[in-house]
Design a protein around this ligand. Structure first.
Ligand SMILES: [Zn+2]
Length: 803
């Protein structure tokens, strides 16, 4: 999921252990931050090994669905029936099954009933506020699942109990290990207006043409996960914490108005029956297309919008080894498709969108889908499914092989939309980002199937990280968000009561975006660029993906695998970054400089501290560039998508973007004389005549330990970087004193010059200290709507330029 609507949040005490508070050696300056996680991690067993891999007796349940349903467009209602085959692969005897009724999120009576602890009385009140304060979703219409039948394979009724968003089905006989149970559920519900009431699925109405766009998600009663690590995952669905789902095969038949186009998880089975002859011919031609090809064109969709068919058609889809099934349906859909090869296997990349998104989606969407699955396949496992799709629905939400994204254009001068419709740069970058993000969710958590209800970060954080890598490979100048360390600094600076560890239950998080998306993503990027190195990190991360593809990993499986496959003890990092909230603030406190005294051995009187002035250096200009972008640029093996395919360059694409400039100032230092020695002057000069010794003292002001990265600038203007591993803090977690030998005279020192460690205070990172003024921003014309990722200015200069 990408966009966060205003969800209720709860202020419980975090259920996870806060490792920074569990001191191994209380009161001491060492023996704490570098100690092993020990009992903070669950004890390894035969299901999950100490190496972080699935154990010899690993098991997971399986659940197959055969679903038929009808979309009643006139009443905006969904009527469905399903036959479920549940296979008990666990060593346990089960007496009941738990199912998820997510639509009850919108029920006035069966919702989870949890209340927000922060709803002050507004000064002005709307009708929606009145409905909300009355505790209802909608005063005029009832929502939520209406379960009309639960029966076994022979049709005999089964007992069931609904507890808010969960339904327990009693098994007529205990289900033994290795046995399967087949049963049927019939249900229906009123489809919610998603754009008005929120939620991941529902309909959006377009008043201008009177049509709906349906995104059907969490729409059928689904099995909960039963696992070795927590039994039934039947925590109520509140809105934030997403889903824990069981793998299986799906066959789904959807009856919809005959003029709708249906896009769904899996492969269409009966296109010959549901497509027009022209559409079918294009679909067949698209199988070998090298550019996205329209199956349904802009003109055809625009014509269809004007009438509503009273006929119906049934679309049939199949999908194997997926944890969920979602679909979209509308007569507004334009549909394009193009195959791409992923490690020798063909994947149909497709997009569907209304005319409002045409100019953006037609140009970028399907190619971004192809780029995403290829890029993720490099960093994780080869994309295993035959289809990957992006649908425009003004949101951001993921399902296997299909996702819903945003990005619409401005109206043309004639009030309509066309291939030449314009958009702001923020909208374009937002659209690319959301497509990459949501398609990327195919890997996390659709394939590497973590429990999202417990750990939002395991899907959003890991996915945001590979999204970031993929955005950079699209265009190294893409204004990435969730990855570079310096971008998390504002969050790390927040007061303690605003922060919670990443290891916090999804429903207890208040800083949802930074905590579950950016901070874990940034942490992985710091491991990759600064702590482990790209090669070591990539191998271990890929191993995690390989081990846990089509399985249910937990955080410990990730932490253990990353160490097991790399020979890096990272417990200090998991402890500080994932279990703790402390920021990094390394301060360069003092610098002592000594040069060799090449004069004859001095009398004791001359041996005391004397000083000499160092010539004042010219002001230096340091350019600051993100380390990932620099390394990407220098790695000649990398070909960026916008370089490989010039058709991806639009109005906003520019080869060069300015780098931020950081200024340093000139200074003077005093120099103590060197001590006397017993060498001859010539010997002394030969050994140490050009040597400068620098003793640097660092203190850990933030708490979080990090490597110390030192940039030396020499008198001749050249620079050198020393990277001191984090373990330098082992024996004293508060203070480090370290001496360096340099052949050239140093004029300035700067810690973390490329801002890799998320150090929250850069004022104490330089020598001589630089006074940094606070900044104000100046806009020529009022601000603009550059969007959250808008790189350059706001507004839509494309509209002004392209007439
Ligand atoms: Zn997401």
């Amino acid at each position: 999921m990408k966009q966060l609507t205003a969800f209720a949040f709860l202020l419980f005490i975090g259920i996870s252990a806060n490792a920074q508070d569990i001191k191994n050696n209380p009161g001491s300056n060492h023996g704490n931050r570098f100690e092993q996680l020990g009992t903070i991690l669950p004890t390894p067993n035969e299901y999950r090994t100490a190496s972080g891999a699935p154990g010899p007796k690993y098991w997971q349940q399986r659940c197959d669905y055969d679903i038929t349903c009808e979309l009643d467009e006139a009443n905006r209602r969904l009527i469905g029936r399903e036959t479920i085959t549940y296979v008990n692969n666990s060593p346990d005897v089960l007496t009941y099954l738990w199912m998820q009724l997510d639509e009850n999120e919108h029920s006035n009576t069966n919702n989870s009933g949890y209340q927000s602890g922060n709803s002050p009385m507004p000064k002005t009140i709307t009708e929606a506020d009145i409905t909300r304060f009355s505790g209802k979703v909608d005063k005029d219409r009832e929502y939520g699942d209406n379960v009309t039948r639960v029966a076994d394979a022979t049709g005999k009724a089964l007992q069931y109990t609904i507890n808010k968003t969960m339904m327990r089905v009693e098994l007529p006989q205990p289900l033994k290990p290795g046995q399967q149970f087949i049963f049927k559920v019939d249900w229906n519900y009123n489809i919610i207006e998603r754009t008005k009431y929120g939620g991941r699925g529902g309909f959006e109405n377009f008043p201008e043409d009177g049509n709906d766009l349906y995104t059907m998600t969490q729409w059928y009663p689904r099995l909960c996960v039963y696992s070795d690590f927590q039994g039934w995952q039947n925590h109520q669905f509140v809105g934030s914490g997403e889903f824990a789902l069981t793998f299986g095969n799906f066959k789904v038949a959807m009856t919809v108005p005959a003029d709708h186009i249906v896009m769904a998880t899996g492969q269409g089975q009966n296109y010959a029956q549901v497509l027009s002859p022209a559409e079918l011919a294009r679909w067949q031609k698209a199988q070998t297309a090298t550019e996205p090809m329209e199956i349904v064109t802009l003109d055809e969709a625009t014509v269809k919008e004007k009438t509503k068919s009273t006929q119906k058609k049934t679309w049939i889809f199949k999908a194997d080894m997926v944890r969920d099934f979602a679909w979209g349906s509308s007569r507004k859909f334009i549909w394009d498709a193009m195959p791409t090869m992923v490690e020798g296997k063909k994947v149909m990349c497709m997009s569907a969108y209304g005319k409002e998104a045409y100019a953006l989606y037609r140009k970028f969407s399907t190619k971004a889908v192809a780029h995403t699955i290829k890029s993720y396949s490099k960093f994780t496992i080869p994309f295993p499914y035959p289809v990957a799709q992006s649908l425009e629905a003004a949101n951001g939400m993921e399902y296997p092989m299909i996702c819903f994204n945003f990005g619409r254009c401005e109206k043309d001068a004639n009030g309509g939309y066309s291939a030449n419709s314009t958009y702001s740069e923020g909208t374009k970058n937002g659209m690319l980002g959301v497509v990459i993000h949501e398609v990327g969710h195919n890997f996390f958590p659709m394939i590497i199937n973590s429990d999202e209800r417990q750990w939002t970060w395991m899907d959003e954080g890991l996915n945001s990280f590979v999204e970031y890598l993929t955005e950079e490979l699209w265009d190294n100048k893409y204004p990435v968000g969730k990855g570079p360390a310096y971008k998390i600094v504002d969050y790390m600076k927040l007061p303690k009561d605003m922060l919670e560890p990443i290891m916090t239950n999804s429903e207890n998080i208040i800083q949802f975006g930074p905590n579950a998306y950016s901070k874990p993503s940034t942490g992985l990027n710091i491991l990759r660029e600064t702590i482990m190195g790209r090669e070591t990190f990539d191998y271990a991360f890929k191993e995690y993906a390989r081990r846990w593809a089509f399985k249910h990993p937990t955080p410990a499986d990730l932490f253990r695998t990353m160490e097991d496959a790399s020979a890096e003890d990272l417990d200090w990092f998991w402890r500080g970054w994932f279990y703790g909230t402390e920021p990094c603030d390394i301060s360069l406190d003092t610098v002592k400089w000594a040069v060799l005294n090449t004069e004859a051995p001095a009398a004791p009187a001359n041996n005391g501290p004397s000083t000499r002035k160092v010539p004042v250096a010219k002001p230096l200009l340091n350019s600051f560039d993100d380390i990932s972008k620099v390394r990407n640029r220098e790695d000649k093996k990398i070909v960026f998508a916008t370089d490989a395919d010039p058709s991806l360059r639009d109005f906003y694409w520019r080869y060069d973007r300015d780098l931020a400039k950081v200024d340093t100032t000139a200074f003077e230092v005093a120099v103590p004389a060197a001590a006397a020695d017993n060498y001859s002057e010539a010997e002394r000069f030969k050994i140490g005549g050009d040597k400068n010794m620098y003793e640097l003292t660092f203190s850990n002001k933030g708490g979080l330990v990090m490597p110390i990265i030192i940039e030396w600038t020499f008198k001749d203007g050249s620079k050198e970087i020393d990277r001191i591993p984090v373990q330098v803090w082992r024996k004293n977690e508060n203070k480090v004193v370290k001496t360096f030998l340099k052949n050239k005279e140093v004029v300035s020192i700067k810690l973390d010059p490329m801002r890799e460690t998320a150090d929250i205070n850069t004022d104490n990172n330089t020598w001589p200290a630089i006074a940094t003024p606070s900044k104000f921003q100046l806009f020529k014309n009022g601000g603009g709507r550059g969007g959250p990722r808008g790189a350059a200015g706001g507004g839509n200069p494309m509209q002004k330029e392209i007439k």
